[in-house]
Design a protein around this ligand. Structure first.
Ligand code: HEM
Length: 410
């Protein structure tokens, strides 16, 4: 039996698992994180990771990760990251468990359904074309801080029924919010607190406005939330605010990150790019494959709702559990040649990049539509580009994102 020091009860039974020490919160050279995750997955079916103060169980193989995501009564959403604990209810609907979660998703789902997303797609196309045409003559763009940031922010504002002209005001808030999530230094926390105050004021004004002048609840998310009923009563402003913040946190950084990895891949794999230039109708498949291959949400965290014997793993009530989405998505037991980009893969849709079970990504149809439009319009206008010479590409830890993706073209 393997044991490890436990901050509550002296020693913990690890059920024979090895202990991993890799800290996945730290910044690394681009693509290094996936190499480490793949090695972890092959080293052991289960492990304990002691790189955080509290430590957590590690599940990285596809079948285990999918099973745990679907056993929501055992693996609770009170915590949604194994890398740090957060106050309960800070993310909505993510931190809700059944049946409250299902009720909240019933309110939100229609808004993110494919039908509504088609409406946003027209807006997405108009914004993508305008932005790319402005960028093209410049002959260079940092995808991480330029287009990759501006485009999803404008669409998020359009989705919420807020003015897209607020984009430039909004962008520093998005940065500030993310700094606070991933950097726990006092300086970063101070920026995050200030950002939170400004965002609170912004959304509070939008909520007050929609209460006084409701818009169309089928196309304006804030109106939908102020007119909906949850648990037999109107949704309190505080909760609406948290929902807007969560959607912003969940939707903006992810889309930006996916764009960054897509451009890195296409800039460094000219044959793949040429195929997409020749067959642009392949973009939806290509995006799915990018989300599998460059999994940016490397883990979903869960908290054990009670003691669980998970295939022999002695998980105790309250333990944090890492469900390794990115490692599972490159599990050779499920995906043939998992390290290759193959948009013709027969089980392309099987990946866990958008999660699985009740909490599967609310915005996945929107993300796909936004990405297809952006990549199609970009490649029509700027088909050939490369990474700027001498660029040192690095990725943020915790939730992956390339810090800079400097592209140049002739
Ligand atoms: C490529 C882009 C995206 C990726 C890879 C992604 C991935 C994910 C994943 C893995 C989850 C599951 C989290 C969990 O189980 O704890 C999730 C949940 C969620 N996503 Fe996304 N997402 C993306 C884009 C978006 C967008 C554009 C939005 C909205 C504008 C969005 C909103 C959400 C929300 C609200 C949740 C929580 C759902 C719930 O708990 O019921 N996501 N996403």
């Amino acid at each position: 039996m393997t044991e490890v020091a436990d901050n509550s009860a002296g020693v913990r039974d690890l059920g024979g698992c090895p202990v991993f020490h890799t800290d996945y919160r730290v910044e690394r050279p681009a693509l290094e994180t996936h190499r480490l995750l793949n090695a972890d997955r092959e080293a052991a079916r289960f492990a304990w990771n002691d790189s955080t103060e509290e430590g957590f169980w590690v599940l990285n193989r596809f079948d285990d990760v999918r099973e745990a995501l679907q056993r929501d009564a055992d693996f609770s959403n009170d915590q949604v990251s194994s890398l740090h604990r957060s106050p309960p209810g800070i993310l909505l609907p993510e931190n809700l468990n059944q049946p409250q979660h299902a009720e909240m998703r019933r309110i939100l789902n229609p808004f993110f359904a494919p039908k509504l997303v088609r409406r946003i797609a027209d807006r997405a196309q108009e914004r993508a074309v305008a932005l790319v045409e402005r960028i093209a003559p410049r002959k260079s763009e940092d995808m991480a801080t330029g287009f990759g940031m501006t485009y999803p922010t404008e669409l998020f504002l359009a989705l919420l029924g807020l003015p897209v002209e607020d984009g430039p005001t909004f962008q520093p808030w998005v940065e500030g919010q993310f700094t606070g999530f991933f950097d726990k230094s006092p300086q970063a926390q101070q920026i995050a607190a200030q950002t939170r105050r400004e965002l609170d004021a912004y959304f509070a004004a939008a909520i007050a406005d929609r209460r006084a002048n409701p818009g169309d609840p089928t196309t304006d998310l804030v109106t939908r939330l102020v007119t909906a009923e949850y648990q037999g009563a109107p949704i309190p402003d505080e909760m609406i605010l948290t929902i807007c913040m969560t959607i912003m946190a969940a939707g903006l950084d992810t889309t930006r990150s996916a764009l960054g990895y897509t451009f890195l891949h296409m800039a460094t794999h000219p044959q793949d790019r040429q195929r997409l230039l020749d067959e642009p109708e392949l973009w939806p498949n290509a995006i799915e494959e990018i989300i599998r291959l460059y999994g940016l949400i490397i883990q979903d965290g869960r908290e054990a709702a009670h003691d669980i014997d998970f295939h022999g793993l002695p998980i105790r009530k309250g333990d944090l559990v890492w469900l390794g989405l990115a490692a599972a998505n490159q599990d050779p037991r499920v995906f043939e040649d998992p390290h290759l980009f193959d948009p013709d893969r027969p089980n392309l849709q099987q990946h866990l990049g958008f999660g699985a079970g009740y909490h599967r990504c609310l915005g996945m149809h929107l993300a796909r539509a936004e990405l297809v439009v952006a990549l199609t319009e970009w490649h029509e206008r700027i088909p050939h580009y490369r990474i700027a010479e001498g660029a040192q590409l690095r990725e943020r830890g915790s939730q992956l994102r390339l810090q800079h993706v400097p592209l140049v073209w002739d």
